[in-house]
Unconditional design. Structure first.
Length: 305
């Protein structure tokens, strides 16, 4: 018989954790109980809907690589506010509206926008977050509980403003063949050109697959850096961290893209490691162009999280 409390059992019943070993489950259970105790002290009304809330949390918890670390960093009170707001509780909506207004002002202050453009961005983001659009539910329901809710809201309103800016100046997408030619220009070594020509299609497929494996947050950061041309300083202010942290995030994302793309080529196309390394030497200096194309062609709003 399980030693887990009834409330934590509600979490485990809904979480995708069937393969967790007993010791990990016990550690997560202890962390979960501590988080709920803290939430109960701050929000006594939580007790009345604790089972529903735990199901809400479990749906957003996913399958993190380090479940204990993910549980340790979970922001229970902010998740509770989202849960209440999505459930239609006016008090929670009012509290989050105040938070949103403050974060929107901070985020948009750093963008060179007219007063009208800022007002429109705030209204669009407010609808997106609290109401939803057509077949899209209120975006608040997507908050995972990891990272500041206020910072997450700030990103949503800034992304909304930047999307509107981009829509105004949008030009025809660059043709894949043009990008391929630009990438090829840097590869003058005949041996590398043979490898590149042989695996051109496979490379495109590998990079696209690696790109799809990035999280929404990672693609969103890339979009702001590559497409919207925000500087490290601007991104650091937006995410409430220092510029060196943003630089490390970007380096980690780029490293993951390269690693996953190479792994894909070796597994799917039986490329030898030496061939794979040679191919990426041929295109590495313009690797960002392929990523830029993927960001341009990704459906609008897909990476706004």
């Amino acid at each position: 018989m399980s030693d887990e409390a009834p409330t934590t059992q509600a979490f485990f019943e809904h979480a995708a954790i069937s393969q967790w070993p007993p010791e990990l489950r016990a550690e997560v259970d202890a962390l979960l109980r501590a988080g709920l105790a803290s939430l109960g002290a701050a929000r006594p009304e939580f007790v009345q809907r604790q089972a529903e809330f735990l199901a809400f949390v479990a749906e957003r918890f996913g399958q993190p690589e380090d479940a204990a670390a993910a549980m340790r960093s979970l922001r229970f009170e902010e998740l509770w506010l989202c849960f209440c707001a999505v459930s239609g509780q006016d008090a929670a909506v009012t509290e989050l509206e105040k938070m949103f207004s403050a974060e929107a002002e901070v985020g948009l202050r750093r963008l060179s926008l007219s007063a009208t453009a800022k007002e429109e961005a705030v209204q669009r983001a407010r609808v997106k977050l609290f109401v939803g659009q057509q077949d899209k539910p209120a975006k608040l329901a997507q908050y995972s509980g990891h990272g500041s809710l206020g910072g997450w809201m700030r990103v949503v309103v800034v992304r909304t403003a930047l999307n509107a800016q981009r829509a105004e100046r949008r030009h025809a997408p660059r043709d894949d063949d043009v990008l391929a030619s630009r990438i090829a220009d840097d590869a003058r070594d005949p041996e590398l050109e043979v490898i590149r020509a042989r695996y051109a299609s496979a490379l495109s497929e590998a990079v696209a697959e690696a790109f799809r494996r990035l999280t929404g947050e990672q693609r969103n950061l890339l979009r702001m850096y590559v497409i919207d041309r925000l500087t490290l300083t601007e991104l650091s202010r937006l995410h409430s961290v220092d510029a060196s942290t943003v630089s490390r995030w970007l380096a980690k994302i780029r490293g993951k893209l390269l690693e996953d793309a190479q792994s894909h080529l070796m597994q799917r196309h039986a490329m030898r490691p030496s061939e794979c390394e040679s191919l990426f030497r041929a295109v590495q200096s313009n690797f960002h162009l392929t990523i830029e194309r993927l960001l341009h062609t990704e459906p609008e709003g897909h990476a706004e999280d």
